[in-house]
Design a binder for this molecule. Structure first.
Ligand SMILES: Nc1ncnc2c1ncn2[C@@H]1O[C@H](COP(=O)(O)OP(=O)(O)O)[C@@H](O)[C@H]1O
Ligand SMILES: NC(=O)OP(=O)(O)O
Length: 313
């Protein structure tokens, strides 16, 4: 039996076959929760982290668009809203999937605040893609009219990018640890609500979207997980991504992963943070492993049949 922190990609949770509706996402969540329930039935203990890039981008856009009728919500509040609705969908779907396996374990979401450094250089260099994908022409227009920073995202189109500071401390970590034994806890959604700690001890939300892969890594260290599992849209990490000579990677040591990073093999804002988070985990726990695979193949990857495994050596 292993303790596994499972990170679900925000992009991967969006339905590939339909518009990015709440209903479409719920279908993907339900399917994913069938696998998560099976992992629990196999005797593993899991905790869930999820992304929110597309979702928080749309919440922000809706809020900005409606500002003539109702005041726009700040970034941190939009992040909290994304935790609420994605967490709710996972709670509902996983409760059902667990009950089908006669597991009556509570599933709950912890609204999680994540401390970041107010001087993190990321605030001056936005890299985190959020919201919808646009054409280059649309992106240029949005840059002009709305002042957004737009970047191409891993060959998939152009997206708004925002600051993504490194997560430093999970405010609710003690509660999450206490809940671990009796429940499946969904926490650090969207990387956590980005906040800074003021001199007087007060917490204050900041405009950013934290990378959930780094947040999941931090949680994995805190709970001393055996495996960090990052689930996205691809079964394996690839080198020469999108090129004719694209090649899937089944396993990478820290040394090999560093070499691939130096060669620029992993796109910033998408695959790079996953690989970096996996590397950080095995650097902290050289005997443990991180796995990157698709939502569909979580169980196969745990059984060593697919996925990219990142190990210390
Ligand atoms: N080297 C690579 N190997 C595999 N996928 C890559 C690579 N570089 C970029 N990608 C893209 O990155 C995506 C995962 O990043 P992203 O969509 O941001 O993740 P998430 O599902 O966590 O939101 C993959 O689905 C793929 O389209
Ligand atoms: N916050 C975050 O990392 O979201 P994605 O998984 O959508 O990139």
């Amino acid at each position: 039996m292993s303790k596994i922190v499972i990170a679900l990609g925000g992009n991967a949770l969006q339905s590939k076959n339909s518009a990015p509706t709440a209903e479409g996402q719920l279908e993907v969540v339900r399917k994913t929760c069938e696998s998560l329930a099976q992992i629990c039935a196999d005797g593993h203990e899991i905790a869930i982290v999820h992304g929110n890039g597309p979702q928080v981008g749309r919440i922000l856009l809706a809020s900005e668009t409606a500002k003539d009728v109702t005041p726009a919500m700040p970034f941190d509040v939009c992040g909290a809203m994304s935790q609420g609705y994605i967490g709710y969908q996972i709670q509902q779907a996983l409760r059902y999937a667990l009950r089908l396996k006669n597991i009556n374990c509570p599933v709950l979401t912890v609204a999680t605040q994540m401390v970041v450094d107010k001087d993190d250089p990321a605030f001056k260099n936005p890299t985190k893609p959020i919201g919808a994908f646009y054409t280059e022409e649309e992106a240029t227009e949005l840059q002009k009219t709305k002042g957004y920073t737009m970047k191409e995202d891993a060959g998939r189109g152009w997206r708004r990018v925002v600051a993504s500071p490194i997560p430093k401390k999970i405010i609710e970590i003690e509660a999450i640890k206490k809940l671990w034994d009796s429940s499946v806890v969904i926490s650090c959604g969207g990387g956590g609500i980005p906040i800074v700690e003021n001199m007087d001890g007060n917490l204050e939300g900041v405009a950013a979207v934290i990378d959930k892969d780094f947040a999941a890594e931090l949680l994995s260290e805190e709970v001393e997980a055996d495996i960090l599992m990052i689930l996205t849209e691809v079964d394996k990490v690839a080198i020469n991504w999108g090129k004719e000579n694209q090649e899937s990677i089944s396993s990478m040591s820290l040394k090999k992963a560093t070499q691939y990073i130096d060669e620029g093999q992993f796109a910033p804002g998408s695959m790079l943070p996953k690989v970096e988070a996996a590397m950080k985990f095995v650097r902290a726990y050289p005997q443990k492993k991180a796995i990157i695979t698709s939502l569909e193949h979580a169980i196969d990857a745990l059984n060593g049949e697919t996925g990219t495994v990142i190990t210390f050596a």
